[in-house]
Structure formats: structure tokens, C-alpha cells
Design a protein around this ligand. Structure first.
Ligand code: 13P
Length: 242
């Protein structure tokens, strides 16, 4: 099985830090790619152009963490999908729960972004996931399926299941819950779309998560900024592929 490993650096990264980190993970990333997998780094917008040029021969794909619905215009602070593409990105993360929370992104708005990103030729990672309250009230599956129903299109490359309560908290969903949710997601999407898990993925749990039935890869936040942690995650992905 081929794995998709995505690093979401969020609002972290300066030029020196980024280059040092990428140099140290280039070899294990190349191993994953040579075995048929894909490694995508999603730095802040400010770094994409420089890193895509500097590491152009490396195994990495590059992605943005968001894009605007419009192709251009008077939208202070925003970035269009075509601009991401222009500076070397091939991918974009859309619908991340931090954007849903911090920028009041709605399912309808995310659906529009999915179309805009596709129009610009970007590959899309669409994030879905329930809050703790939604899980505790027994609505996790219904919420995730409603997020998919609103924004998913068959051309979306990957759906990332990221339970909101597992992001940055060190709490990981139970393997049985990951398996069950991935089965539900799989039932609602095209066979060509990969299903990723995200939420406190780290060296200590990557192997078990990546070995879980229905998990085609991982979307990694905090641990993707630490050389040893991310190396171990890449290694776990490689061992699933050979
Ligand atoms: P953490 O890996 O830091 O929990 O973040 C997950 C995430 O939000 C990836 O998009």
C-alpha cells in the first residue's frame, strides 16, 4: 500500500529552521517516495517559494495550508490557489479545524475553496473531524459525514480525519475509533481518494496508526517540526510499503 505523509507546519518556521529540518529529513522522505509513497510539506506561505526552489530535486511535494475562493482581488492578507501553484505548491490543505475555529470557516465556504483549488490545478487534502462534545453526544460520524457531504468532490485527493480534540493535545483517538470512522468515510468517497488520520501523530504511535485498516497515511502537526519525530513517522510509513 502506498502512503501519503503530510506535514502541516501551521504558523511555524523561519528560513534557517526550515532548511535545517528539511535537510535532515530528505533521505527518509526519499525512501518513502522511492517505495511509491508521497511526502508533502505544508509550510507557511512565506516559505513555499524558497523551499520549493531550494529543495526542488528532493522528494518533497509542497502545499499551502489554505487558499482564498477567488483567483485575485481586494482580499487583504489572503492567498489565491493560483498563487500557491505559481510559487511551487502542488497541494493545499482545506477545511482544517483551526481555520474553521479561528476564521469561522463554514462547510459551504470550504466547498467553494475546494472548487477554487481544483480549478487552479492543486491537489486537495480536505480535513474533517468532530469536537469532543460532538463525540460525547454520539454525533461524531454524523458530523464527519455532513462535512463530507457539504465539501467533498470525487477529485479530492485525500480526506484527513482529524478529531478536533486530538489535535495538539497528545490525545489520540482509539485505534478502533479510527478504523470505524475511516470505514464510514470510505463509504462516502471515491476509491481513488486516500483517507489520512491526523491528531497527535508522533513517533511513538505512528506505526500502529499507519498499520490500521483503512488508514492510507497521516497528517502531522507538531511532530512534523521535530527531526527525530518526523524521521520515525517516515520510517513507519516506509515499513508499511515494503
Ligand atoms: P498535531 O499533530 O500537532 O496534533 O496536529 C494535527 C494537525 O492539526 C495536522 O493538521
Amino acid at each position: 500500500m502506498t502512503m501519503l505523509v503530510v506535514a502541516n507546519w501551521k504558523m511555524h518556521g523561519t528560513r534557517t529552521m526550515a532548511e535545517t529540518l528539511l535537510e535532515s529529513i530528505a533521505k527518509p522522505a526519499a525512501d518513502v517516495v522511492n517505495a511509491g509513497g508521497t511526502v508533502v510539506i505544508c509550510p507557511p506561505f512565506t516559505l513555499i517559494d524558497r523551499l520549493a526552489q531550494g529543495f526542488g530535486n528532493a522528494a518533497f511535494g509542497w502545499g499551502g495550508q489554505d487558499c482564498h475562493v477567488n483567483t485575485q482581488g481586494a482580499h487583504t492578507g489572503d492567498v489565491a490557489a493560483a498563487m500557491l501553484k505559481d510559487c511551487g505548491a502542488g497541494w493545499v490543505i482545506l477545511g482544517h479545524s483551526e481555520r474553521r475555529a479561528d476564521h469561522a470557516e463554514t462547510n459551504a465556504g470550504i466547498a467553494t475553496k475546494v472548487k477554487a483549488a481544483h480549478g487552479a490545478g492543486l491537489r486537495i487534502i480536505l480535513c474533517v473531524g468532530e469536537t469532543l462534545a460532538e463525540r460525547e453526544s454520539g454525533n461524531a460520524e454524523a458530523i464527519v459525514l455532513s462535512q463530507l457531504a457539504a465539501a467533498y468532490q470525487p477529485y479530492v485527493d485525500a480526506v484527513a480525519y482529524e478529531p478536533v480534540w486530538a489535535i495538539g493535545t497528545g490525545k489520540v483517538a482509539q485505534i478502533t475509533d479510527i478504523e470505524a470512522m475511516h470505514r464510514s468515510i470510505r463509504g462516502a468517497i471515491a476509491p481513488s481518494t486516500q483517507v489520512l488520520y491526523g491528531g497527535s501523530v508522533k513517533a511513538a504511535n505512528a506505526k500502529e496508526i499507519l498499520a490500521t485498516h483503512g488508514v492510507d497515511g497521516v497528517l502531522v502537526g507538531g511532530a512534523s517540526l521535530q527531526q527525530n519525530e518526523f524521521n520515525a513517522i517516515l520510517h513507519a510509513a516506509l515499513s508499511q510499503q515494503i
